[in-house]
Design a protein. Structure first.
Length: 256
């Protein structure tokens, strides 16, 4: 199993799950299927930047925050549209991406992160905050053209939601809570990243108030031994844009 290299203080290296799935999916229906199986592997990084993260009382270390590229195969039935190359965001900071194909379950957000030691996945409040964020950023995520600041801010915001969000905007705080973030030199995060995080926080509050929490814009991909991902689901009108941008390959089953 492999993943994005993390540089710890004193030169130690480890590998961390860095995938929050902004995957590019062509929606064949208006609802998101769950509990089906696909094969997926990590192939590289997209928009984002290295940041310094501290988890609880553990030592801080550097990690890539941003889009993660994955290849998905063997999706069948209603999930055939998942076959192809996708950009994702990480839903779990405690496991690793894998460069070898592994089986993932398609899941609603309330069922992730899925780990052997995690008996309490995210709450419905946290899941709805993520749905709200994806709903309001769907067009941008589907464009496949994100700035590094946007990609890093999206990933950090998602990590904050999964680990710290309690329903209030103030609980998304890069300087407090279970997770804290800084630049790689331990100074404050870049101004552009911080500004984008504040924008995302406002969107989450607005979206929750307006009920923009439908499950049709984001899907979870879960594996008990590898890093869970979040995949953005495009609207049907995004199909031609994605195809022309070369962001996804669709496999069609031949008629008998």
């Amino acid at each position: 199993m492999d993943g994005c290299t993390i540089q710890y203080p004193l030169g130690k290296e480890t590998h961390m799950k860095a995938i929050h799935t902004t995957a590019v999916i062509i929606a064949a229906a208006s609802t998101v299927a769950s509990a089906d199986i696909v094969d997926m592997k990590f192939t590289g990084t997209g928009a984002g930047q290295n940041v310094r993260i501290q988890i609880g009382d553990n030592d801080a270390f550097n990690v890539f925050a941003g889009e993660l590229k994955h290849e998905i195969t063997n999706a069948a039935g209603v999930d055939q549209y998942l076959n192809g190359t996708h950009r994702t965001f990480c839903a779990d900071v405690n496991e690793h991406v894998t460069r070898d194909f592994a089986q993932y379950h398609t899941e609603q957000l309330e069922n992730i992160p899925l780990t052997a030691s995690n008996s309490a996945p995210m709450s419905s409040t946290q899941a709805n905050a993520i749905r709200s964020l994806y709903s309001q950023n769907n067009a941008t995520l589907m464009s496949g053209v994100l700035s590094n600041a946007y990609g890093a801010a999206m990933q950090i915001t998602l990590w904050e939601i999964v680990n710290d969000f309690d329903g209030t905007a103030d609980s998304i705080n890069v300087n407090a809570g279970n997770l804290t973030f800084a630049s790689t030199n331990s100074n404050a995060l870049d101004a552009g990243v911080l500004a984008q995080i504040e924008s995302f926080k406002a969107q989450i509050t607005s979206g929750l108030n307006l009920g923009q929490t439908g499950p049709d814009k984001v899907l979870g991909l879960a594996n008990e031994g590898a890093q869970d991902q979040l995949v953005a689901v495009p609207t049907p009108g995004s199909l031609s844009l994605l195809a022309s941008a070369g962001l996804i390959a669709v496999r069609r089953r031949r008629s008998a």
